[in-house]
Design a protein around this ligand. Structure first.
Ligand SMILES: O=P(O)(O)OC[C@H]1O[C@](O)(CO)[C@@H](O)[C@@H]1O
Length: 633
C-alpha cells in the first residue's frame, strides 16, 4: 500500500488559492447603497459591456417610491396581484408566487435593462465563457443536465460517460455485483466524507429523497470534529465491514476531508479491514485524493470537473441522478427565458433585489413546510452566501455584497423564532416552500372531522404567510406537487440560476470564494505555531528527541522519556505563557499560544504545573508525555 500519510501530508497546500482582485482605496459604504438609501448613482454595473449605459439610469426610483408607499393590503387588489404574477411550470408542477413581495411596476420596468444584461451574461456563461475570471474558469454546471450544451465534443463525451459510469456503479453496488470482502457479501451502509458543497448537496438530497427502507443507509462525516467522526464510526459498529466509504472533494485537498479519511482509515485498520476494498473517490482527475485512490487501488474513482463549483456540483457524480437531472434540465430550459415574468429564477432575483435593496439589507429566511426538505435551507445557505458574499465587484469596487440565509422547517419554526419574525426586528424576507401532496395516496385519514394532519401543516403555512404579511413582512412562496427526484432537481436548478442572475444584477463573480481562503490560511498558521510551542516545551523538558522521524512508536518514546526522567538531574522545566511566547519568537501571539495550551491541556497533551486557564498570567506549563511524536506529524 502506498504511504498515505506521505501523500496526505501535503493535502492542505493543494487547494487552489483564489486571488482577490486589485488594490483599492476605501469606499464609503453609504455611497454604495442602491437608490432607496440615497439618490447617488447606482454603483453595481450589471455586466462590463453594459455598465456604462446603466450607470446613467441607475436611480431605481420605483424601488424608493413603492417602499415608501407600503405593501398592498386590499384583498381584491392583492388577489389580482397574486393571479397576475403567478408563475406556473405545468410539466414540473411548480408554482412561484411573488405577490407578497411589494415591488412596483415602475421598479420592474427600471430593472428590465439590468435583467436583459443578466440574461445575456447567463447565455454567455452557458456557452463556455470564462464566467469565473479570478480563477480563469468556465462555469458549466448547466451542461451536466444536458451534455449537448457543453462547448466541445470532448466535454460532452466526458459528461455522458461519467453519468453512465455512476449509474452502472450504483446498480452494481445495490445488486451486490460490487461487494465488500466481508462475509455479508453486500454493502449495507454508505459513509460519505466531504465538506461544504461536497457534503451539503448529498446531505440535502439524501434526506429529501430517502425511501423508508433504503437499500443502503447513508451517514456523513462533514467536519474535522473527532468526537463527531468517532460517533459516526461507532454507529456503524460491525457494519463497518459492509460500508462503502465515498470520499468527495473537488480539489482533493481539503484538510477536513483529508482528516475524515485518515480517521476512517484508522478505524478500518483497527477493525482488521482493508479500506481500499471499500473506498470510492469523487474528485478532480489527478488531485491528491485521486492519486491516492489510484495508487492504493480503491474500488472506484469518479471525476469532478474543474468547471463545476463545489456548491453547484450536486448534479455531478455521487447519487442516482437521472430523474434529478431531468427536473433540473426542465428548469434550466424555463429559466433561459428572457421574459422576466416567464422566468422563475429571474422573478426570484427580482424579489431578492427588491427585498434587500440590491445590497443584502435583509436576510433570506427559508421555511420548507416538509420534514424531508429540512436541509434545503442549509443547502441554500452555502449556495447563496458563498456565491453572493463578495467584497469586490467585477470592476474592483469594494461592495461587500451578500444575502444572509437561514431557516429550519415549518411548522417547527413557529415554536421557535416566528415570534421575532412577526413582531421583532424587521430585517428579513421569507421564502416558503410548500409541498401540495401531504403523504402517498391511500394513507390519509381525518384526525378530526374534515381535517387531516397535512391540513394542519397547510394551515400553519398559510396562516404564517398571512400573519407576516399583515405586519408588512414580505414573502415568496415556491410550491411543488411532491418531493421527488425531479422536483428536487428543479428546485436546485431554480436557485442555481437565480443566484447567477442576481450576481449579474449586482455585478459580482458568483463562482469563486476567495474569502474562505483567509480562514484556512490562518488555521494553517495556528497549527504551525502549535508545533513551535511543542518544540519549546519539549526543549524545556530536556527530553532528547529521537533523531529519525521513523521512530514514532509511542511505547518506545515513553520508555525513553521515563528512562531519561529517572536519570535526569534537572527535571522538566515548566514555563509561563510569556516565556513560551518569547522562546517561540512570537511575543505578539501570546493569546493564540494561551488558546493552544488551553486546548492541549484539555486533551491531556500539555500539563499545567501551576495556576489554571481562568488566570492566564498564573499558568506554568510543561509537556505531557504523549505528545512528542506530534512534532513529526
Ligand atoms: O470539494 P472540496 O474541494 O473539498 O471543497 C469543499 C468546499 O470548500 C470550499 O472550497 C470552500 O473552501 C467550498 O466552495 C467547497 O464546497
Amino acid at each position: 500500500m502506498a504511504s498515505l500519510s506521505g501523500l496526505c501530508s501535503s493535502f492542505p497546500s493543494l487547494k487552489p488559492n483564489n486571488r482577490i482582485g486589485g488594490e483599492l482605496g476605501p469606499v464609503r459604504k453609504d455611497s454604495l447603497a442602491v437608490s432607496t438609501r440615497s439618490n447617488s448613482s447606482f454603483k453595481h454595473s450589471v455586466a462590463r459591456e453594459v455598465s456604462a449605459d446603466l450607470s446613467k439610469t441607475n436611480d431605481v426610483a420605483g424601488l424608493k417610491q413603492a417602499k415608501q408607499g407600503g405593501l398592498e393590503k386590499d384583498p381584491k387588489a392583492l388577489w389580482r396581484r397574486y393571479v397576475d404574477w403567478l408563475y406556473q411550470h405545468k410539466e414540473l408542477g411548480l408554482y412561484l408566487d411573488v405577490s407578497r413581495i411589494g415591488f412596483s411596476d415602475e421598479f420592474v420596468s427600471e430593472m428590465e435593462p439590468r435583467f436583459q444584461a443578466a440574461f445575456k451574461a447567463m447565455e454567455e456563461l452557458e456557452r463556455g465563457a470564462i464566467a469565473n475570471p479570478d480563477e480563469g474558469r468556465m462555469v458549466g454546471h448547466y451542461w451536466l443536465r444536458n451534455a449537448k450544451l457543453a462547448p466541445n465534443p470532448f466535454l460532452q463525451v466526458q459528461i455522458d460517460k461519467t453519468l453512465a459510469a455512476v449509474c452502472d456503479f450504483a446498480d452494481a453496488v445495490i445488486s451486490g455485483k460490487i461487494k465488500p470482502p466481508s462475509p455479508e457479501g453486500r454493502f449495507t451502509q454508505i459513509l460519505s466524507v466531504g465538506i461544504g458543497g461536497s457534503a451539503l448537496g448529498p446531505q440535502f438530497v439524501a434526506e429529501a429523497l430517502a425511501p423508508d427502507n433504503p437499500p443502503l443507509k447513508i451517514r456523513f462525516i462533514d467536519n474535522t470534529d473527532p468526537a463527531g467522526i468517532d460517533h459516526q464510526v461507532a454507529q456503524l459498529g460491525p457494519e463497518l465491514a459492509s460500508t462503502l466509504v465515498i470520499v468527495i472533494s473537488k480539489s482533493g485537498g481539503t484538510p477536513e476531508t483529508r482528516n475524515g479519511l485518515l480517521e476512517v482509515q484508522k478505524a478500518f485498520r483497527e477493525a482488521g479491514l482493508d479500506f481500499a476494498k471499500q473506498g470510492v473517490a469523487i474528485t478532480q482527475e489527478n488531485s491528491l485524493l485521486d492519486n491516492t485512490a489510484r495508487i492504493e487501488g480503491w474500488v472506484a474513482r469518479f471525476p469532478m470537473f474543474d468547471w463545476v463549483g463545489g456548491r453547484t456540483s450536486e448534479m455531478s457524480a455521487g447519487v442516482d441522478i437521472r430523474e434529478m437531472l431531468v427536473g433540473a434540465s426542465m428548469m434550466d430550459e424555463a429559466t433561459r427565458s428572457t421574459v422576466l415574468r416567464k422566468n422563475p429564477a429571474a422573478l426570484l432575483a427580482l424579489c431578492w433585489y427588491w427585498a434587500t435593496d440590491g445590497i443584502g439589507s435583509k436576510d433570506m429566511v427559508v421555511l420548507p413546510y416538509k420534514d424531508s426538505l429540512l436541509l434545503f435551507s442549509r443547502y441554500l445557505q452555502q449556495l447563496v452566501m458563498e456565491s453572493l458574499g463578495k467584497e469586490f465587484d467585477l470592476d474592483g469596487n469594494r461592495v461587500n455584497q451578500g444575502i444572509s440565509v437561514y431557516g429550519n422547517k415549518g411548522s417547527t419554526d413557529q415554536h421557535a423564532y416566528i415570534q421575532q419574525l412577526r413582531e421583532g426586528v424587521h430585517n428579513f424576507f421569507v421564502t416558503f416552500i410548500e409541498v401540495l401532496r401531504d403523504r402517498p395516496p391511500g394513507h390519509d385519514w381525518e384526525l378530526e372531522p374534515g381535517v387531516t394532519c397535512g391540513d394542519y401543516l397547510f394551515g400553519m403555512l398559510q396562516g404564517t404567510r398571512s400573519a407576516l404579511y399583515a405586519n408588512d413582512r414580505e414573502s415568496i412562496t415556491v410550491t411543488v406537487q411532491e418531493v421527488t427526484p425531479r422536483s428536487v432537481g428543479a428546485l436546485i436548478a431554480l436557485y442555481e440560476r437565480a443566484v447567477g442572475i442576481y450576481a449579474s444584477l449586482v455585478n459580482i463573480n458568483a463562482y469563486h470564494q476567495p474569502g474562505v481562503e483567509a480562514g484556512k490560511k490562518a488555521a494553517g498558521e495556528v497549527l504551525a505555531l502549535q508545533k513551535r510551542v511543542l518544540a519549546v516545551l519539549n526543549e524545556a523538558s530536556h527530553f532528547s528527541l529521537p533523531s529519525s522521524p521513523l521512530i514514532q512508536r509511542l511505547d518506545d518514546l515513553q520508555m525513553q522519556f521515563s528512562h531519561f526522567n529517572a536519570h535526569c538531574e534537572d527535571p522538566a522545566e515548566s514555563l509561563t505563557l510569556q516565556e513560551i511566547a518569547d522562546r517561540c519568537h512570537a511575543p505578539d501571539d501570546i493569546e493564540m499560544i494561551y488558546k493552544i495550551i488551553e486546548h492541549m491541556a484539555a486533551n491531556d497533551r500539555a500539563l499545567i504545573a501551576e495556576g489554571d486557564c481562568g488566570s492566564p498570567y498564573s499558568l506554568k506549563v510543561f509537556l505531557g508525555e504523549c505528545n512528542v511524536d506530534e512534532l513529526y506529524a
